[in-house]
Write a protein that binds this ligand. Structure first.
Ligand SMILES: Nc1ncnc2c1ncn2[C@@H]1O[C@H](COP(=O)(O)OP(=O)(O)OP(=O)(O)O)[C@@H](O)[C@H]1O
Length: 484
């Protein structure tokens, strides 16, 4: 083989991984020979910690990847569908299974499932732009020939991981290879961990020989990096969706084909948003090992401001420590900021219970998922809306009209920045909202709905009617009388 493009795309994911493993095993003996040679030649030993240590690190990463492959085969997928415990005291009227994880949960969003992409598709990607970079990887954006936008992940040669390794070992090529193993690990995990809230892997392309300086590019679904400040300005329904996506993801990770997966570097920047759903994109830093213990005192879950004690099981493992660590991180990085603020008042008690229960780690992920689904069900069914008083009769209906388009009053958090566009369950809820806002004189249902099927309604201070056969205006009777 030459140093040129040498590995073409392989169609089946399993074949790709097996091929990689074989290549790495072959490369390993060559590296070992090379390292032995360098060790004997003092002139080629570039650092005191030496290439042998680097070789060990390379081998560790390789073995870790292989272990994930084997673990996935050992564990039955049925574990994914284990029934979560019921939440004590949760809303009793909810029909069984209502709003609960449905079978389409496993359907994939994004690009249609087909043959994985390989180097031939990679070569035809256009419009490549820099998107972001991290400790190990550089992420680019591009467009496939069929117009699908795509994210490309490759080694960040200027990143901390490669630079630190080069400073330590002085071996640029091997340090690049060490970072490349993280991408291989990520590809491997993305092949095993398939879920709507895990970024979708489209394929990969390997250029060059692993013995040289290979270029490994993972091709995946394109998302938008999570910006907390931006999320804080979005309506509660959208923020709830982000938290619910995260809970579904953590539920899946707790019962994954690889065992309970811990996200070691849990931070908002490891996630992206695709069509309003949160998806984890950085999977190079995960573990499926649950902490071993001899006594309960070995099982301390430490966070900067709080510690938790977990029991040590008879099998010598800290009970559900991976699941609990993920959940508390979800609480401290996401729920705290996104969940309670400007929530519908009727949902506040349930949300408080979720906040308290996850913040104290009283709930595991199963109970948390149920609690979220109770909130979802209540919100989606309009039960959160207080029906005791109807304001709708105070409104006069003008079918075939809309309100003149010009700038109007703004409210917060609105679905648009130019006015007051809010989601409602029905006309009653819209009338109640308009009644509660001093500036509101009328409202119009738009043709748009939210992800939950709630109607987007434009609340207006204007009463200037314009003919429009596709629209209906609800105007406060008092405003209408004033017009007369
Ligand atoms: N699929 C994607 N779509 C859009 N942007 C992405 C995607 N994947 C990653 N990014 C962006 O690129 C950045 C770096 O990606 P990634 O987290 O995988 O690299 P990393 O080197 O492991 O970073 P870190 O230092 O956070 O561990 C992310 O913080 C994110 O903003």
């Amino acid at each position: 083989m030459t140093g040129k493009l040498c590995i073409a795309s392989l169609s089946a994911a399993l074949v790709v991984t097996s091929a990689l493993v074989i290549l790495k095993l072959a490369a390993r003996s060559q590296w070992r020979r090379e390292v032995d040679k360098r060790s004997r030649d003092p002139g080629r030993q570039l650092s005191r910690s030496g290439p042998r240590e680097l070789l060990d690190e390379l081998e560790d990463r390789e073995l870790e990847t292989i272990r994930y492959q084997e673990e996935a085969v050992r564990r039955p997928r049925a574990a994914l569908f284990s029934t979560p415990d019921r939440v004590p005291g949760s809303w009793p009227g909810r029909p069984r299974g209502a709003g609960h994880v449905s079978s389409d949960w496993w359907g994939r969003a994004g690009r249609a499932v087909g043959d994985p992409l390989g180097c031939s598709e990679f070569r035809n990607i256009t419009g490549i732009e820099f998107l972001g970079s991290g400790y190990t990887k550089t992420v680019l954006k591009g467009t496939l020939q069929d117009g699908t936008p795509i994210a490309l992940k490759t080694v960040n040669s200027q990143g901390d991981e490669v630079m630190r390794c080069v400073r330590r070992y002085g071996q640029t090529r091997d340090c690049h290879r060490l970072a490349a193993f993280k991408i291989i690990k990520e590809i491997s995990l993305l092949q095993k961990l398939q879920h709507p809230n895990v970024i979708q892997l489209y394929g990969q392309c390997y250029h060059g020989r692993l013995e040289d300086e290979p270029v490994i590019t993972a091709m995946m679904e394109l998302g938008t990096p999570v910006e907390m400040i931006q999320l804080l300005q979005t309506p509660w329904e959208e923020r709830f969706r982000i938290c619910l996506s995260l809970v579904k993801l953590l539920h899946y990770l707790a019962h994954s084909p690889l065992g309970s997966v811990l996200l070691l570097d849990f931070q908002p920047r490891q996630f992206v948003i695709v069509d309003g759903e949160l998806k984890v994109t950085d999977l190079d830093d995960v573990s499926t090992e649950e902490l071993s213990c001899k006594a309960d005192s070995d099982c301390v879950l430490e966070f900067p401001t709080r510690n938790f004690n977990l029991p040590c099981t008879a099998e010598g493992k800290c009970h559900k420590i991976n699941e609990k660590r993920n959940l508390y991180n979800a609480f401290r990085f996401f729920f705290t900021y996104l969940l309670p603020y400007s929530a519908p008042p009727a949902l506040t008690p349930l949300l408080c219970e979720i906040m308290n229960a996850t913040g104290d780690l009283r709930y595991g992920i199963n109970k948390t998922l149920y609690a979220f689904e109770d909130v979802l069900y209540l919100y989606k069914s309009g039960f959160h809306h207080n029906h005791s008083q109807s304001w709708l009769e105070d409104y006069k209906i003008f079918e075939g009209f809309r309100i003149q388009d010009h700038s109007d009053y703004k409210c917060w958090p609105s679905y648009n920045h130019q006015g007051c566009l809010l989601s409602v369950y029905n006309k009653e809820e819209a009338a109640t909202i308009c009644h509660s806002q001093q500036q509101c004189q009328s409202f119009i249902f738009t043709q748009r709905t939210t992800w939950l099927g709630r109607y987007l309604v434009s609340f207006r201070s204007s009463t200037e009617l314009v003919l429009d056969v596709n629209s209906t205006v609800y105007m406060k009777s008092s405003s209408f009388k004033a017009l007369m």
